[in-house]
Design a protein around this ligand. Structure first.
Ligand code: DGL
Length: 289
């Protein structure tokens, strides 16, 4: 995981281990990423904040996504987090760069997104490597994401900045986040089938398929079944967790805790806590903000 504006230097000394790491999403999809973080970093403390009152972000304007993301990150800073992960591709693609450049005081806090690890994985290049695009072996990439992530164009732009001769075909999966958040998995399965069919009509044999929304791992088996067997599915939660572990090895001041997790929501904590069962297999003790 890389800072967009501050490429990492070497190892840092263990200094002032600081509080929990914040994990932010528009709703519950970020729990797929948090679960991978917890498997990988069992000793680390986390605070999860789902902005359920304003979800979904994927159909909102860039200005609105930016405003809500800044408010959500500030909420986690107020809870004592000095490092926040945007476990939301929509926020990462639409708001992260501007937030880092225009708003964040990087001497005090850091904010990282789930977007960079995917680009680094696909291109096998570090984010800070600004050399000319190279032949990476990557050619036909399918991107499944929210409408706002697709409209941002961030994913194909960053991929083509690093990899020559790569074709990215995006599919905006309208309605899928809403069906998953509502727990209507039959509707979600039908939507996956229809969105994959639309994609395959334009790109019949994708080399790789990126599930570019943190909700989609919940329906990964449906994506797998609908895509050609030779297409490689890129799993975002595990990649992001590996990337965070690497970042924490290089920035040890952000590590700390004893495996505690707190769950916050801007929505109804009782209802959201029960709905979390869809994502984690068990209800979670959400608190309102
Ligand atoms: N889970 C989020 C993402 O990764 C956004 C879903 C939404 O709020 O539309 O894009």
């Amino acid at each position: 995981m890389r800072d967009l504006e501050l490429p990492s230097a070497g190892m840092e000394p263990d200094a002032c281990p600081c509080g929990p790491i914040g994990v932010f999403d528009s709703g519950l999809g970020g729990l797929t990423v948090l679960e991978a973080f917890r498997r990988r970093l069992p000793e680390q403390d986390f605070i999860y904040f789902g902005d359920n009152a304003h979800a979904p972000y994927g159909v909102k304007s860039p200005g609105e996504v930016y405003r809500l993301t800044v408010a959500g990150v500030q909420r986690l800073f107020d809870e004592g987090c000095r490092l926040v992960i945007l476990a939301c591709n929509t926020a990462s693609a639409v708001a992260l760069h501007d937030l880092q450049v225009d708003w964040l005081d990087a001497a005090q806090h850091r904010v990282l997104g789930v977007f960079v690890p995917i680009i680094e994985h696909l291109t096998r290049r570090d984010w800070g490597d600004n050399s000319v695009p190279t032949h990476t072996g990557l050619h036909d990439v399918a991107l499944f994401a929210t409408p706002a992530t697709v409209i941002s164009g961030a994913f194909p732009r960053e991929l083509r900045f690093r990899a020559r001769d790569v074709t990215v075909v995006p599919q905006a999966c309208a309605g899928l986040v809403e069906a998953i958040e509502a727990g209507d998995m039959d509707a979600a399965a039908g939507l996956v089938e229809s969105h994959v069919a639309q994609l395959l009509a334009r790109l019949p044999r994708p080399q790789s398929a990126v599930l570019g929304c943190t909700h989609y791992p919940l329906v990964e088996s449906h994506f797998r079944a609908a895509l050609p067997p030779e297409t490689t599915l890129v799993s975002q939660p595990e990649l992001t967790a590996a990337s965070l572990a690497d970042y924490l090895d290089r920035h040890r001041r952000f590590r700390g805790g004893s495996g505690q997790v707190r769950y916050l929501t801007s929505g109804d904590p009782g209802a959201i806590g029960e709905r979390a069962e869809i994502f984690t297999g068990h209800p979670l003790p959400f608190h309102g903000i």
